[in-house]
Design a protein around this ligand. Structure first.
Ligand code: PBG
Length: 326
């Protein structure tokens, strides 16, 4: 009689391959890019090796080489030169979207982040109300809807609001539909937490809060102690017309991925492996303490295991190679 052994199914590569419960593919990854207005050369971003603040030209080149590496889905962040309290222009990124579309056609699926934090003087994700202690929801949502419309008209396949104002998905959907853009997908940063892991991003996107009255984003991003708030936001966004829900950051919020996956099984979930958690792995590997590619693949595996089908990661351009190496 053979003894029960749980090691039997771990004994060689073949049986491990046959018994995997989750499988990853570079096809489920989205690569983020920063287009920065007013710089003459691309600039490195501290903590994110191989990721740059791009000029229009350098971004085109980067996308071209990434396509060869198997990246066909991208997420664009526009960083305008002029900051303002309430007047914003979205043309710089819109022009880039048009160029990418002309150059690469439908080979490229383009999502654009929709938020004001790179455009406001305060570094906050919206426009202040008269008290200067809060963001004005209505005015901010109107500006976001305009931004989403400009990007969709320029040719974006998907708009991704990351501001955390109330009701923005409904207004964006309405404005898009009124302009015959009913094919444009809305990927809502629904479960976006008030996190310390956005550090490297804020340097890249000029978006650290600089206001003296409102020092951080705790009045609009979700408190880390409140999973139920994340669920409420996710249900609300789905009802308002979101096609994809996002959880952000990733690793510290895996419970939220699995919670939303269980409670709302009818909608795809994306996870954003944000700048700080991505950099943490890179910095450990630079110190020789862990293996970079294996650690990233392990984190990505956790996202898929928890229920995500879409991964937004600065390492998307390495995914095809790293997954093959395993
Ligand atoms: C903008 C936005 C942020 C990120 C994506 N969109 C930063 C923030 O909310 O401060 C973070 C992404 C990352 O850290 O990689 N609102």
């Amino acid at each position: 009689m053979s003894r029960l052994s749980l090691r039997r199914l771990r004994q060689d590569r073949a049986i491990r391959e046959l018994t995997k419960q989750v499988r990853l593919s570079h096809e489920q990854m989205i690569q983020p890019y920063f287009l920065v207005e007013g710089i003459s050369e691309k600039q490195p971003i501290e903590g994110l090796s191989g990721v740059f603040r791009e000029t229009p030209d350098s971004l085109n080149k980067q996308v071209e080489s990434d396509l060869e590496a198997g990246v066909h889905k991208i997420l664009l962040f526009g960083v305008p030169k002029e900051k303002s309290h309430d007047q914003f222009s979205y043309e710089h990124l819109a022009l880039q979207i048009q160029q990418l579309r002309q150059r690469f056609g439908n080979d490229l699926w383009i999502a654009t982040d929709v938020c004001l934090c790179s455009a406001t003087t305060s570094g906050h994700c919206g426009v202040f109300d008269a008290t200067q202690n809060h963001l004005n929801n209505e005015v901010t949502v109107a500006a976001l809807a305009k931004q989403a419309l400009v990007y969709a008209q320029a040719g974006a396949n998907c708009v991704a609001p990351s501001d955390m104002m109330d009701g923005r998905v409904r207004v964006i959907r309405k404005v898009l539909d009124e302009h015959s853009l009913e094919h444009t997908i809305i990927m809502s940063y629904s479960a976006k937490f008030h996190s310390s892991f956005y550090g490297p991003f804020r340097n890249a996107a000029d978006s650290a809060p600089k206001s003296t009255t409102l020092k951080d984003r705790s009045t609009y991003q979700i408190d880390p102690t409140r999973p139920n708030d994340a669920l409420a936001c996710a249900i609300r966004d789905q009802n308002e017309g979101a096609d994809i829900l996002m959880v952000k950051p990733g690793l510290p919020y895996l419970d939220i991925v699995s919670y939303l996956h269980r409670e709302i099984p009818t909608i795809p979930i994306a996870v954003y492996q944000v700048s700080g958690e991505y950099a943490a792995i890179d910095l450990l590997s630079e110190r020789g303490l862990i293996n970079r590619s294996k650690a990233h693949v392990e984190a990505w595996t956790a996202f898929v295991r928890a229920g995500a089908s879409i991964l937004i990661t600065y390492g998307a351009r390495h995914a095809k190679n790293w997954l093959r190496e395993l």
